[in-house]
Design a protein around this ligand. Sequence first.
Ligand code: SAH
Length: 354
Amino acid sequence: MHRPRVYEKSLPELAAWVTAQGFPGYRAEQIRRWIFGKRVNDFDAMHDVPAALRKQLAEEFSLFPATEVRHQVAGDRTEKLLLELHDGEVIECVLMRETDRRTICISTQVGCAMGCVFCASGMLGLKRNLTTGEILEQVLRLDRRLGPDERITNVVVMGIGEPLANLKSLLPALESLNDKGGMGLGARRITVSTVGLPDKIRELAALDKQFNLAVSLHAPNNALRDKLVKVNHRIGIEAILDAADEYFQKTGRRITYEYVLLSGVNDGPEEARELARLLKPRIAHVNLIPMNGVAELPYVEPTAPRTDEFVRILEASGIPATVRKRKGADIDAACGQLRLKHEGPATVELSVPV
Ligand code: SAH
């Protein structure tokens, strides 16, 4: 039997449980402070919580039930964890360090159903949604990998899965990250990346929070996007842009459009011009992601001059564009690559540098 994670409960839910055990509700805040602020690894270390309550907590709940099946550290100090869950499924999460930032990237589903042809996460289909506790365990484990003076400064929900297809579990997790009594991380430091599910984008907008929204566009027209992002057949670019515009109007947060550059597929000057026309009336930013090679897939990143040309065309139209820096390249840190190797068929070989 696996016990639920104690942080699966929101503050009011935990307070109700604490009260039902005969303790004052404020004990719940103390417990959460130990978990989110003081990096404890077991209930017994919660010194100002009465011993009897600590014992009950340990009987009923768990803290870190997942198993770390792999922990990798790249040359640039990017760290990646492969976690095995109670049912044997595995997920990944990543910690990226920059001079003034500690950004973590977390997963929301086991696998993915969106069908992006260049993405390792979707290759094995969708297994299941993660729970709120499973999402938060990734954050808390990575937080405990930091040094005493380091703090998580940014969270990107860009790991395995489509976050907006699992809003039910994601929203309470974001709430705990954002709460003062939780991680206390400003909404503006949290980015949710989506394939573009219009109804769900509106649901997120209605929360009136300042989360950043990143929309994975990857193509400037439906003919091309239908080929690259399978789910696009049922949605279409116009509906996505409408919902994203609404998100911007409600929250005032500039939308980021992500665009994976696939050599010879969507990286030509014609596509750049079409993308510029599409985004020109909008306050937007384009984040170009050079294809991160996946052994089983035929796509590769364009040459540097071709990438530069794409950037130049966007900027000439007044659209700010950046090319994403690659972090942790030597540890398969991109979306779902490590899980794929772990789960994949015997033909999937670990690439050993020679
Ligand atoms: N489902 C969400 C989160 C996916 S991961 C979404 O679609 O946005 C975050 C970004 O990485 C997405 O833009 C995704 O399309 C991109 N990505 C996936 N596989 C990639 C690869 N092999 N190389 C580069 N970017 C990739």
